[in-house]
Design a protein around this ligand. Structure first.
Ligand SMILES: [Zn+2]
Length: 87
């Protein structure tokens, strides 16, 4: 759970220039920024509930099917994908 921590405040320029979290290492930081635009389409998708799978599931006759796991589930886990621009 991310908590706003003043010691973790980074500027967005610093994050960008130092390649924070790159290439694939998740990092958390705090920032104060103004959101300029939020892409409103596709804010979430139905995903496979298997841990670490996260593949999009397809509804088929009331079941949600994951092609990666070859399993069906009664309900998907909705995952949020938030794209926004800030400065
Ligand atoms: Zn899966």
């Amino acid at each position: 759970m991310a908590v706003f921590n003043r010691a973790d405040i980074r500027s967005l320029d610093e994050v960008k220039q130092t390649g924070y979290g790159m290439p694939d290492k998740p990092e958390t930081f705090s920032a104060r920024a103004t959101i300029m635009h939020i892409k409103s389409d596709n804010i979430s998708y139905p995903a496979c509930p298997t841990p670490n799978c996260n593949k999009k599931v397809i509804e088929d006759a009331g079941k949600w099917k994951c092609e990666k796991c070859s399993q069906s589930f009664s309900a998907p886990e909705h995952r949020f994908v938030l794209h926004f621009l800030c400065e």
